[in-house]
Design a protein around this ligand. Sequence first.
Ligand SMILES: O=C([O-])CC(=O)C(=O)O
Ligand SMILES: [Mg+2]
Length: 593
Amino acid sequence: MESTMKGVRGGGAPCVLDMDDAATVGGGVEDTYGEDRATEEQLVTPWTVSVASGYNLLRDPRYNKGLAFTEKERETHYLRGLLPPTVISQELQERKIMHNIRQYQLPLQRYMAMMDLQEGNERLFYKLLIDNVEELLPIVYTPTVGEACQKYGSIFSRPQGLYISLKEKGKILEVLKNWPERSIQVIVVTDGERILGLGDLGCQGMGIPVGKLSLYTALGGVRPSACLPITLDVGTNNEQLLNDEFYIGLRQRRATGQEYADFVHEFMSAVKQNYGEKVLIQFEDFANHNAFDLLARYGTTHLVFNDDIQGTASVVLAGLVAALRLVGGTLAEHTYLFLGAGEAGTGIAELIALEMSRQTKTPIEECRKKIWLVDSKGLIVSKRKESLQHFKKPWAHEHEHVDNLLDAVNTIKPTVLIGTSGKGQTFTQEVVEAISSFNEMPIILALSNPTSQAECTAEQAYTWSKGRAVFATGSPFDPVEYNGKIHVPGQANNAYIFPGFGLGVVMSGAIRVHDDMLLAASEALAQQVTQENFEKGLIYPPFSNIRKISAHIAANVAAKAYELGLASRRPRPKDLVKYAESCMYSPIYRNYR
Ligand SMILES: O=C([O-])CC(=O)C(=O)O
Ligand SMILES: [Mg+2]
């Protein structure tokens, strides 16, 4: 057993890279199952605890290939009779499943078909997702994943991820040990309190970590066995769910205060104890009142990243930097107005201010003055400072009270309008017309998710601005024809950033996340926007190139981690882009001995 495992572990791939240390080739971190691109040519043994064979092999999603098992494999692995006689290629399987999925009318049916595939044949699932990313992203991710979470209890068949509820208090370490994988690189965790712009979905928020991690693999190349989706079930305040007979979570109201803090702390400690320092913990869709505190509390002791604060900030900054090439001016020459002052709003605002401060060598406090935020009580101004939550205070500038967004637009006269409030249809015709009246090309970002919560639709933005808006949204929107010209809205979604960002962190063995690494990710993304994209009005590159984009993001993030002395993987690979590519998960079936 020992000698065979050696052949599998660590990849031991042919040295394709110009690196100092061949031992790190074939995936920056142990490649137990032969999942990295660099090990594609190698023979793999289908290990479970023992060698998986026969019936169990067909039911093991990691190794199952369905009708693609070769004659030899059917012979060697006791599959004779368990499959019909035909042998088909992975490509044909892919065509068949895409054909089947397209027969479904409802996005939720497509989602369920994709989840079934993920649970039945993991490599085929990822091959589909990678090869058809633009078509399938809206299914396994935003917006359909939102609907799936709302109905998770009804559609629930096979559990995915790890559920840690208050019942497990005091035993979280044991629960982690129930997960079959030892070597975890990325955890996405939610407590379900603010799922997209849909609010508190309690335990049913699990769809989000599952979806995010499938993107980590498909878009960023982090191997699936190293990804762990977790939902912390601390109850829900959603009455509808509490009364829903199909609800899968604890039927109690949310734990808060010390009880909540202690529970999360036990979880964070158990993760470190079980997986060590270098597991990336991505906080996802926590409510504002916990998200900032958790990031501040664990930022110095754990490798943590908040996707809604930091990931969204990084993707939006990249879009703005790209947009400047269309609109002109520097970051500091623009004026920004946000609707929504939560995680996304203040996170984006802070990263813009940070980058502005770098570029102009001006103190960040000065730069913040170019950025204004509106929340449910109107413009955030200094007179409101006392009553503001702490994360809003830096944005309380001197100004008289302004009651609503339209008045704020007319008073502040922004060049950039960003919606992050989680509420749909708040960029009204009057608002869009107002900003378009004093900007030749207003930059308008309607970031709230899913589609139903977008501040305005693409059609509305282009029509009301008479085709002049540079426009992007958080959820996908189809291109719009206005006055004979096709306008393609970009998708300013953190999905551009977190997969590559995570890969960069993992492959460099980073031990902490630093804001400069977010700027590095943002810069790499902005550089990937081509002239051809700009000509369509796009401020993001298409998702069809996402693996290449992610490799560049990963390389830039890793380079920054090395520069800051935060990277523990030594020696540093010389060509980080090539190294990132070689580490990426490959969904191609392996040949079994
Ligand atoms: O999941 C998405 O599409 C983006 C995101 O983080 C959110 O809206 O919370
Ligand atoms: Mg989120």
